[in-house]
Write a protein that binds this ligand. Structure first.
Ligand SMILES: Nc1nc2c(ncn2[C@@H]2O[C@H](COP(=O)(O)OP(=O)(O)OP(=O)(O)O)[C@@H](O)[C@H]2O)c(=O)[nH]1
Ligand SMILES: [Mg+2]
Ligand SMILES: [Zn+2]
Length: 286
C-alpha cells in the first residue's frame, strides 16, 4: 500500500494512507543501504505486517530537522519577543532557495510593536515583497488556509516565533504545545521537540522545532549566491566575482545606493566568509 510517514518515534514509523495511521517498523535492509526514513517520505508498506518495504525517491530532504518532500515553506518571523532577525530570515530564505522550495514570510507578534516600530519595518518587508516573497500576517488566517491546501508545507522559524500557536489557530483541534518565549529562549531549546505532520484544511503542515542549526554544511560557497536571488542576478565586471573582496563590484555599489538591502548583503557576506573559513570536509587527493 502507498502511504506517507507523518511521525517518527524512536523505531516506530507512523504511516498515513490518508484514512488511517499505521504504526510500522522498517525492513533491516534500509540500514545496509544507508537510508534513513524521514517524516514526509512516501513509502510502500505492508498493512498486515505493518512494515515499510520501500521508500520512494525524494523531491528534497533536510537533515535538521529531518524532513522530506516539502512543497513550500512558511518562515514564521516574529517582529518582537524574539526580536526581528533579518539574519535568520535571510539564512532561511537562502536555504529554501537552494532546495528549490518557495518560501513565504509570515509575520507574528506585530501586536507587541508601537506604531513607530511598525512603521520602521514597513520598507524592510516591502523589499522582500519586491523580490517576490509573499509577506502575510499571522492574523490573516483565511489567506494562510488558502495557501496550505493540497500541499505539504513546513513551518519554520526561531523558537518562540509562534509556529505552533499559529497551527493551533488554523486547526483548533490540534492542541499543540506552545511555550512562553522567555522560558524557551532561556532553556535554549524549543517547545516543539519533534517533527510532525498535521492536517489543516485539506493541506498538511510540518510543525518543526525550527531550523535552528542551519544546515549549510553541504553547501558550496558558490551556491550561496543562488540563495540570494537579487545578488545572484547582478553582473559584475569580473565574471567570477564573489562580491566580497573584489574592487569593482556592482553588488557592493547597489548596496551603497540602497538598492540592495544592506542587512541582506551582510548576511550574504557572513555566510560566504563562514564557508571560506571552514576546513575542507572532503579533501581532494592529488
Ligand atoms: N503577542 C503575541 N504572542 C504570540 C503570537 N504568536 C505566538 N505568541 C506567543 O509566543 C509564545 C511562543 O509561541 P509558540 O507557538 O510556542 O512558538 P514556536 O515557534 O512553536 O516555538 P518552538 O516550538 O519553541 O520552536 C507563546 O506564548 C505564544 O502565545 C502573536 O502573534 N502575538
Ligand atoms: Mg512549537
Ligand atoms: Zn561583485
Amino acid at each position: 500500500m502507498n502511504g506517507q510517514i507523518v511521525k517518527i518515534l524512536s523505531n516506530t514509523y507512523f504511516v498515513s494512507d490518508e484514512k488511517n495511521i499505521y504504526e510500522c517498523t522498517c525492513r533491516g535492509k534500509f540500514r545496509y543501504q544507508n537510508i534513513t526514513p524521514l517524516v514526509g517520505d512516501y513509502v510502500l508498506f505492508n498493512e498486515q505486517e505493518k512494515v515499510i518495504d520501500e521508500i520512494k525517491p525524494r523531491k528534497n530532504a533536510f537533515i535538521r530537522p529531518a524532513v522530506a518532500n516539502i512543497d513550500q515553506a512558511f518562515i514564521i518571523t516574529s517582529v518582537k519577543d524574539p526580536d526581528f532577525s533579518s539574519n535568520l530570515l535571510d539564512k532561511l530564505i537562502c536555504l529554501m532557495e537552494l532546495n528549490h522550495i518557495h518560501p513565504i514570510i509570515i509575520k507574528t507578534k506585530e501586536d507587541l510593536l508601537t506604531t513607530e516600530e511598525k512603521k520602521g519595518l514597513v520598507p524592510i518587508f516591502q523589499y522582500y515583497q519586491s523580490l517576490g516573497y509573499q509577506v502575510i500576517s499571522n492574523q490573516d488566517l483565511k489567506e494562510i488556509k488558502k495557501m496550505i491546501q493540497n500541499r505539504l508545507s513546513v513551518f519554520t522559524g526561531q523558537t518562540g516565533a509562534g509556529k505552533s500557536t499559529l497551527l493551533n489557530r488554523l486547526n483548533i483541534k490540534l492542541n499543540l504545545q506552545t511555550g512562553e518565549t522567555s522560558k524557551a529562549l532561556g532553556r535554549g531549546r524549543h517547545t516543539t521537540r519533534r517533527v510532525e505532520i498535521v492536517e489543516v484544511e485539506n493541506g498538511r503542515v510540518l510543525d518543526t522545532p525550527g531550523f535552528s542549526a542551519l544546515d549549510f554544511d553541504n553547501v558550496e560557497k558558490k551556491d550561496i549566491q543562488k540563495g540570494f536571488i537579487e545578488i545572484n542576478q547582478v553582473k559584475c565586471p569580473y565574471q567570477d566575482c564573489m562580491h566580497l573582496h573584489e574592487g569593482e563590484c556592482k553588488v557592493k555599489e547597489l548596496v551603497n545606493l540602497g538598492k540592495i538591502l544592506n542587512s541582506r548583503y551582510l548576511t550574504y557576506q557572513k555566510l560566504m566568509l563562514e564557508q571560506e573559513a571552514k576546513p575542507c570536509k572532503y579533501p581532494r587527493h592529488s
